[in-house]
Write a protein that binds this ligand. Sequence first.
Ligand code: FRU
Length: 495
Amino acid sequence: MTSEKLQQARDFEQQYMHYANKERPVFHVTGAIGWVNDPNGFSVYKNEYHLFFQYHPYKTVWGPMHWGHVKTKDFIKWEYLPCAIAPDTDADPDGCFSGSAVEMPDGRQLLMYTGVYHIRRVDGIIDEIQHQCIAIGNGVDYEKYEGNPVLDASDLPQGASNLDFRDPKIWYDAEEKCYYAVVGNRPADGSGSVLLYRSEDAYKWQFITILDACYNEYGKMWECPDFFNLDGKSAILVSPQEMTPLGLEFHAGYGVIALVGDYDKKNHKFDRQHVQSIDYGIDFYAPQTLETPDGRRIMIAWMQNWTTTNCQVQGIRIFGSMTLPRELNIREDGRLIQNPVRELANYHGRKVFYENLVISRECNLNGVKGRVLDMTVHVCPSGDTVYNCFKLNLAKDGEHCTVIRYKPDSSTVRIDRTRCGGRFDIVHVRDFLVTPKNGEIKLRVIMDRFSVELFVNDGEQAATFRLYAPETADSISFESDGQVVLDVEKYELNI
Ligand code: FRU
């Protein structure tokens, strides 16, 4: 049965979504209308990829959380489906927070999410209680289970809190014919942990173990956990709140980290061996992954950051979008590698290619400009000449310029969007370490109107950020202090 609240949201998006059409990126997911945050329920269902997301259709600010819904066959072209769930039951009156989805063995689609309700304590403070709920449906309409929640305070290990108990990521284990889920939690030490649960039927769950915990080392509360095996290793992804900075690897605030190691499935023991940031840019949070039928692990994230949510462009009807889905791999040394989904190449349009181009100052290249593109720049030293830095200037006009700079002496890349058209007092610059090979570096840049996704050296590092310059700022220049040799391969995207 469609509740009044859900119907209201569906009617609202039907009536108003077309007003946002001119504001949308071309191939990145946004809400039909209004606000979005975390990707939810990124999964395969009946041979299509479904994506849900935290959604408040009525405004461009966070509010009572619904789940918006889109699907795709190739990660590039998306189709809007009606709002999937609304906060409309006794188990979730104050929000349907983040969660995940899975195809059940009987062909139905199961959503698992955090239901939220508020209670006033004796001292007058309002507590937000979080517990896990399920809803089952056919890929469009979902029925919430009357017995919700399926996981609550009584399922927590000692010292864990039900005020921070959220974001279940569910998967089906075909071997054991059962479900597993990881859920984010705040244990007694005030930081974060990842709890592992198991269920035969998705209704009755059993606590298995604390899969990994923060111990106040990597931020505080760990939001939006994910857990998967890949390339012979296992990885936990989490989005910690309140990180403290560490060198150029971790910045302060909302971070996104990968914990890579080995998993002994029989004893449910995760042996963490490697920790890294997942994205070194500014606008990247709460990633979630799925496994494709051909065995690829694909990650999508919110292309925004909680500290930039007041960066509202006046008169705009949508706020927040997702990243381009990315293919993940884990190298032998434990490093998580990410590259744009290969399906993007199916949309490559006109190609412009320059080879062995020697530059030593700023120059433009014929045919290289735009704000919707896929471009790879290979920068090599010219003979024994030492160069000071190389800059790729994007979204440029007389007033605006967004810079990606590589400095060989420090092996750092800097993204600098100080002059990207934003009128906000927020982080504009980030530096991160890269690993040049024989003094060479490869920069792949994906632009979609108001965003840049940078992949360095075939995905060893990624850096994602939004920009705000008008689309007429579409010039691109190549700039070098000292002599370099460039290969530039640029594609228009016909989507
Ligand atoms: C992460 C998050 C989740 C929560 C959701 C609420 O961005 O805080 O932990 O479920 O957003 O919208």
